[in-house]
Design a protein around this ligand. Structure first.
Ligand code: HEM
Length: 560
């Protein structure tokens, strides 16, 4: 009579390794007892048509919600005994992975039971002892293909599974609602994972770093201040700064119009660096002094690119080991980071001299009461961190548009803000710069029907959720129009399925800068030029810290 005990029990009552959360129970004491006594879950489907008093819905971690038909009888029926792990009939629930069992009666409304399975039940790929599934990852193409490997695992094991990636065990989640739940439970000081090589460097050189590396109260204090400056209120000033750096970029395009726009990636790093410098100085100071800072901006952009490349080369080796054995890759990385930090510091001193008006982020940060040393730390990190994501997103946008000249034509006919926003959104859906977002939660949480202990590394598979065909028809297709408000498929679930900037308190603080920069530049390029790829062959995406094209994109801007 476990069912009865469940009904009479309270929400969260635990039986064996199952926990039941209940809702609406008082109404169901009599009618549903019999039904609740019955469900050996795998049998529900088989017997429902003839036996269940009303309509049932089962939702499992692995299957779509399925509504079992109403059979029009109101007589409670006992089908058997509930199967619970730890009782004599133990095998049913874990095998189906059911998480919620809910039912509806004509007179009494709705109630549901959630069965939360133990952490040990989280689906796990078969792996070898000690090395876990590392071998499978290597066979799938290694860390560069990690996002594809994880995507395949989701297809195989469902929207939640546990895997060892190298020495780390992580729970991967791809269901939008469950990802939201993780963010909603991230606590006051959300914790994300930082690249190990950087942590080792910071420790060795006693180097304090910006927002991405901060934690606890220190992070919250400065994050709130930066939110006020970069995400809230009237942000037209940011658009003006982006316009100023886009002018420089568009001039370069004009000079090379009709020929291959060589060194695309490097030039886009420079464009992203210019944008950050313009934001720091303010649009007018940047325009007036651009020539004076141009050389330093070029050196900084190249340094940032190299930091990124040398960090990627350390991806395969545990950084602590690389540092201890002082291998040449570590030495190169260390040298490159030190140089980039010096260049960024030097650039900041230089910029400060040329801020002429009461404008720009440097002035605003001082007004916000951010102390000079803290400002330096935060700003230097913005210079080092912002280049990769925006430049790379621009490469993908140009590639996707270049492959689809008809799309370019149709966008040109309706080049309003919303279409440009949709184009950036769609680019990031297909190629999210960060294909995984990480959180380590302060408390245990039920995700996807499993109890995840506190401090477990939870990885949100943004790449997989953004290509989920339940939310995006023809998910591999580049279709900016799918984000139009009147497009029938644009649902809140879609919004949650594509989270390139993350969500919640620790989401990207530079989002408005990135969007203004990308939308502004794409609008001007599309208005004035046709983007033509030099090589039409499809380019695969690889993971090198961010989702990148596996070979350089080559293209020409042809004046319209
Ligand atoms: C397309 C461009 C960009 C994308 C896709 C992107 C994406 C992200 C993501 C996914 C995070 C981590 C969120 C998390 O852990 O939940 C993040 C954090 C961050 N981003 Fe961006 N970003 C972009 C551009 C920028 C730019 C232009 C800046 C600055 C000018 C910037 C500054 C930061 C900072 C400082 C953090 C750390 C925030 C914190 O830990 O509080 N990002 N970004």
């Amino acid at each position: 009579m476990i069912g009865k005990r469940v009904l009479a029990g309270t929400s969260g009552a635990k039986f064996g390794n199952l926990r039941f959360a209940t809702s609406g129970l008082p109404n169901f004491r009599t009618t549903t007892v019999a039904a609740i006594e019955t469900p050996c879950l795998p049998n529900i489907r088989a017997t429902s048509e003839s036996c269940l008093p009303n309509s049932w819905t089962t939702r499992s971690a692995h299957s779509e919600p399925a509504c079992l038909p109403c059979v029009g009888t109101t007589t409670p029926v006992t089908l058997g005994t509930i199967c619970l792990p730890g009782t004599s009939e133990t095998s049913c629930l874990p095998s189906i992975g059911a998480t919620t069992l809910s039912w509806r009666t004509s007179r009494r409304g709705f109630a549901s039971y959630s069965a939360v399975l133990d952490y040990g039940e989280v689906p796990t790929p078969k792996g070898l002892p000690v090395i876990g599934t590392t071998l499978s990852l290597i066979l799938a193409g290694g860390p560069k293909k990690l996002h594809k490997y994880i995507d395949r695992r989701h297809t195989e094991l469902g929207s939640i599974f546990k895997d060892n990636v190298g020495p780390v065990t992580a729970v991967f989640v791809s269901e939008p609602e469950e990802m939201r739940k993780v963010f909603a439970n991230e606590g006051k000081y959300p914790v994300h994972i930082k690249p190990e090589a950087w942590l080792v460097y910071n420790k060795k050189h006693d180097c304090t770093r910006g927002l991405f590396f901060m934690d606890g109260e220190d992070w919250l204090t400065y994050r709130r201040k930066m939110n006020r400056l970069l995400l809230k209120g009237d942000l037209t000033w940011i658009e003006e700064c982006c316009e100023a750096s886009n002018d420089v970029f568009l001039e370069q395009i004009a000079r090379t119009s009709g020929q291959e726009f060589g060194d695309l990636e490097r030039r886009l790093y420079k464009w992203s660096t210019d944008t950050v410098l313009a934001v720091l100085m303010g649009a007018e100071s940047y325009r007036t002094n651009y020539k004076k800072i141009e050389n330093l901006a070029t050196i900084l952009a190249d340094d940032v690119k190299q930091v990124f490349e040398t960090t990627c080369k350390l991806q395969l080796i545990p950084a602590t080991l690389a540092e201890k054995s002082n291998i040449s890759r570590w030495k190169t990385f260390e040298r490159t980071v030190t140089r980039a930090l010096n260049t960024a510091n030097q650039t900041l001193d230089f910029l400060d001299k040329y801020v002429e008006k009461d404008e720009g982020l440097l002035v605003k940060m001082r007004e916000e009461g951010i102390e000079d040393d803290k400002m330096r730390t935060i700003v230097v990190d913005l210079m080092l961190g912002a280049g990769d994501t925006t430049s790379n997103t621009m490469v993908w946008a140009l590639y996707l548009l270049g492959r689809n000249t008809e799309m370019q034509d149709s966008l040109r006919k309706d080049l309003g803000d919303s279409m440009l926003r949709n184009t950036v959104k769609e680019t990031l859906r297909l190629y999210p710069a960060a294909p995984f977002l990480t959180r380590v939660l302060p408390d245990a949480i039920a995700v996807g029907g499993y109890q995840i202990p506190r401090h477990t590394l939870i990885v949100m598979s943004i790449y997989t959720s953004g290509r989920d065909k339940r939310f995006f028809t023809d998910p591999e297709e580049f279709m900016p129009a799918r984000w139009c408000r009147d497009y029938s498929a644009a649902t809140p679930l879609q919004q949650n399925a594509s989270l390139p900037f993350g969500i919640g308190a620790r989401s990207c603080v530079g989002r408005k800068i990135a969007e203004a920069q990308l939308q502004g530049a794409l609008g001007r390029i599309l208005r004035e030029y046709k983007i033509q790829l030099c090589d039409e062959k499809q380019i695969e995406d690889v993971l090198e810290m961010i989702t990148k094209p596996e070979r350089p994109v080559k293209l020409t801007f042809n004046k319209i």
